[in-house]
Write a protein of this length. Structure first.
Length: 575
């Protein structure tokens, strides 16, 4: 009986493994075989959630792979090629539930406007849009909305949560020290509301995004900025109200969008083609320019494999390996460093910057900032090369802080006691069940002061300014890209188009030549990720990913780990 059951179990296991191998083999076959792009195609730009810079994990299964999340590079490349592709007749934009930052939104908005210069129409179909989706849609020739839907545009809110009251109840005290009066990341542990410095910066952030939104909507909908501001105060809008206010062109459904396109194009045989399908089917061409993506928090060591759209860490060890790979690749004619990071570990940031400077000595390099390039994200950009940022990029935050938990109160509540023996005056500095001594506190303060001084020195050298000039605009203060352009922290405002033009010039390439942006690090398959991960690491990464998806207001992982950090005071989520 037992032998029979064992045989059945082994047979089932062999069958499962066999099916998995067959599916994987089919996936690899289809992955390597580019799809055919039909004539009379409509490029469907369906965007949902966040849009990653780094390549997401690839599921090598037919039909699933074609629906995988496109990167910003994928979208830019596809729209560039589609503008001159006779097979593509139009673009249909379908954004829903976007949570991406305003820098990326500015990039996408500009890419759609650039595509329209080809003379091909862009139509937008909105489903319960908020400000993010509507902002993008204003780049379209026509905006469609279902008759019973609404536009949730009613202004902008920037809200911060503070955990001091919670920590007090738990008996946990956070020791926080910082250099720079605007370096207020530790406030979430030590305050119950915004500091005057935080409120000043947050108001500047809102002013920039609000102003850009009103200008873009006004231009797209043939209104004045003052008209748009008045409309915002009247929002949200039911579909009929939105139509009457001139915010949308037509009330209807998705099939109505394509019916209108057929009339406009005098074509009754339009084919829908998804953005990922088109990207895979359009052959790469042009001069090879490496797009080196640094996305997420900066940490030491190797990355934690995460289940989700893309990596959420810039792990120093693995990132440096990629930098060296690019440096030694003779086929790469130039490098665009694409930064989307709030910062993180100070030592890891320094190691990464060192390798990027070596890369800059070997190949032409340009920095392109995405949603965030702040604190450590700004630090790793200090190679001395030209920097391009969006007006709504969050950057600067030149400052340093230290965080350390003291859980003595919590242990007392739980009835847990500890005892120790030690040698050395400061041996107990890292013990988390007692407060810092005055000597330990001074030692840590000296450490973060030295780190801040080194930060300002690096920025001053890279931006060709004096220490005092950078210190005056440092102090941990966050700047939007538009302000950073005025105070000399960045060189130009723009996105991929500007970065590509600059790198082609630096690499002595024809300005009108085609550019093949090659993504680094490259995509990895699920099988590759599983093969390179221990069960414990996978469990930890899944837990962290799920936790931050369910509770997105939690502090960043690098902040929770403590230590000396170059990290953004708070993750801005302007809604």
């Amino acid at each position: 009986m037992w032998k029979f059951l064992l045989g059945v179990l082994i047979g089932i296991l062999v069958t499962i493994v066999g099916v998995f191998v067959i599916v994987f083999a089919l996936g690899r076959y289809f992955a390597n075989k580019p799809p055919a792009i039909a004539s009379n195609s409509v490029l469907v730009l369906g965007l949902n959630g966040d849009i990653p810079e780094a390549a997401p994990v690839e599921v090598a299964i037919p039909f699933v792979q074609e629906q995988s999340v496109p990167t910003m590079r994928d979208i830019w490349t596809s729209l560039q090629q589609a503008a001159n592709d006779s097979r593509v007749k139009a673009v249909v934009l379908q954004p829903q539930g976007l949570i991406t930052g305003w820098g990326k939104l500015q990039e996408l908005h500009q890419e759609l406007l650039q595509f329209k210069k080809s003379g091909k129409p862009v139509y937008a179909y909105l489903r319960s849009p908020g400000s993010h989706e509507y902002y993008l849609a204003t780049a379209a020739d026509k905006i469609f909305l279902a008759p019973d839907d609404e536009i949730d545009v009613k202004g902008f809110l920037l809200q911060a949560l503070y955990f001091k009251g919670t920590l007090d109840k738990l008996g946990i005290q956070m020791d926080v020290d910082h250099i720079g009066r605007f370096k207020d990341a530790g406030d979430i542990y030590t305050r119950t509301n915004m500091s005057p410095e935080s409120r000043e910066v947050y108001n500047e952030v809102l002013d920039q995004i609000y102003g850009d939104f009103c200008s873009a909507v006004a231009k797209g909908r043939n209104k004045t900025a003052e008209d748009v501001k008045a409309l915002i105060d009247s929002g949200p809008f039911l579909a009929g109200q939105a139509k009457a206010a001139g915010l949308v062109d037509q009330l209807g459904y998705e099939d109505d969008v394509y019916s209108e396109l057929k009339k406009k194009l005098n074509n009754t045989d339009l084919k829908k083609t998804g953005i990922r399908t088109y990207f895979r089917g359009a052959p790469a061409r042009g001069d090879r320019i490496a797009l080196l993506v640094g996305e997420g928090e900066i940490v030491r060591g190797d990355p934690t494999n995460t289940f989700g759209n893309a990596s959420t860490e810039i792990a120093a060890s693995s990132f440096i390996k990629v930098v060296r790979q690019i440096r030694n690749d003779s086929g790469v004619k130039g490098v665009i460093l694409r930064v989307d990071s709030p910062g993180g570990d100070a030592v890891a940031s320094d190691e990464i910057l060192h390798e990027l400077k070596l890369l800059s000595n070997a190949k032409p390099l340009v920095i392109s900032m995405s949603d965030y390039a702040a604190s450590g994200g700004y630090f790793i950009s200090m190679t001395g090369n030209q920097i391009v940022a969006y007006p709504d990029t969050v950057t600067g935050s030149i400052g340093v802080l230290y965080t350390r938990p003291n859980v003595k109160g919590l242990l007392d509540k739980l009835g847990v006691s500890s005892d120790m023996v030690s040698r050395g005056k400061l041996a107990d500095m890292d013990a988390i069940d007692q407060p810092l001594s005055d000597a330990a506190r001074q030692k840590l303060h000296d450490s973060i002061q030295a780190t801040y001084t080194a930060f300002v020195d690096r920025v001053a050298a890279a931006r060709k300014k004096s220490y005092d000039q950078i210190n005056a605009i440092g102090q941990g203060r966050v700047w939007m890209g538009a302000q950073a352009g005025q105070n000399g922290l960045v060189d130009e405002l723009g996105g991929f188009d500007q970065a590509v033009a600059l790198i082609r010039k630096r690499a002595h390439l024809p300005p009108d030549g085609a550019t093949n942006l090659v993504l680094y690090p490259p995509r990895r398959s699920v099988l590759e990720m599983l093969a390179n991960s221990s069960p414990d690491a996978l469990a930890d990464s899944m837990g962290e990913t799920i936790l931050h998806r369910r509770l997105p207001f939690l502090p960043d992982a690098a902040l929770l780990r403590g230590g000396v950090l170059r990290i953004l005071p708070y993750h801005f989520n302007v809604q």
